[in-house]
Design a binder for this molecule. Structure first.
Ligand SMILES: Nc1ncnc2c1ncn2[C@@H]1O[C@H](COP(=O)(O)OP(=O)(O)OP(=O)(O)O)[C@@H](O)[C@H]1O
Length: 242
């Protein structure tokens, strides 16, 4: 199986705070990996290192064939191969949905206005917002705005999608509609890494669960580790069950 992400013995400090303390894991093409763990365990930092939004102190990370430690790293190509969606949507308020999604296609991918609009319409329909094509962000719910943010990433045709707690700011109903889009992406074969607090979603969709604890991969495996955790730390984290 093709390896899309290889993280090897990664260490990272913020000042005296050791945030990643020897993290290693691999993600194969088409796999969905959920990173779970307590607040402050280093989940988001690990994810951000994969897109080179954070640099690392030691270790190696290879993503979609890009060696992130290489001096020859093509950051622009890395960023087009890897899509990342955050908790905050960061849409342009003065642009409508179609324009928000097509902007990067024109600026980064150099597509013509009509080519970009065509791709935008396809991915906006994919996230279930065909009827909101000309709406402005303020006219959309949080869940709809988050789906636009996902569409914006999809438009770049990434090989890997990273999701950093994308439903944390949403109420349960809106969370459901965003998770549904993520689930359909997973079923479509997209390689995905998600940092999430949605345990039942992780159990349902992820091929691999990574439990981070104090900057390390403390326990990893398929969804079975959520039903039968081996370590007291993961048992305690899951608490009363899914
Ligand atoms: N840019 C930064 N500068 C300094 N410290 C940071 C920075 N980013 C993260 N940290 C610290 O690194 C530690 C891990 O943060 P990180 O966001 O990776 O944790 P997390 O497991 O994703 O937590 P949460 O679930 O609350 O988002 C925390 O102690 C945090 O304060």
């Amino acid at each position: 199986m093709t390896t899309v992400v290889k993280v090897e013995d990664v260490h990272k400090c913020f000042g005296a705070n050791k945030v990643l303390n020897g993290v290693s894991f691999e993600v194969s093409k088409g796999q969905v990996v959920a990173i779970i763990g307590r607040s402050g365990s280093g989940k988001s930092t690990a994810l951000r290192c994969i897109d080179r939004l954070e640099s690392i102190d030691s270790g190696r990370i290879t993503v979609c064939g890009h060696a992130l430690h290489s001096r020859k790293l093509n950051l622009k190509k890395l960023r087009t191969d890897v899509g990342i969606v955050f908790q905050s949507y960061n849409l342009f308020p003065h642009l409508n949905v179609e324009q928000n999604v097509s902007l990067a296609l024109r600026l980064v991918r150099g597509k013509s206005r009509s080519q970009a609009a065509q791709t935008a319409r396809r991915v906006i329909s994919q996230v279930g917002l065909a009827d909101k094509m000309h709406a402005y962000p303020e006219q959309l719910s949080g869940g709809q705005q988050q789906r636009v943010a996902i569409a914006r990433s999809l438009a770049m045709e990434p090989q890997l999608m990273l999701f950093d707690e994308v439903t944390s700011a949403l109420d349960p109903q809106l969370t459901g509609e965003v998770l549904q889009v993520m689930e359909s992406l997973a079923k479509g074969g997209m390689t995905m890494i998600l940092v999430t607090h949605e345990m039942s979603f992780a159990a349902k969709v992820a091929d691999q669960i990574i439990y981070m604890h104090e900057g390390k991969v403390h326990e990893a495996g398929d969804a079975g580790i959520l039903r039968k955790p081996r370590t007291p730390e993961l048992q305690k984290f899951i608490g009363g069950g899914l």
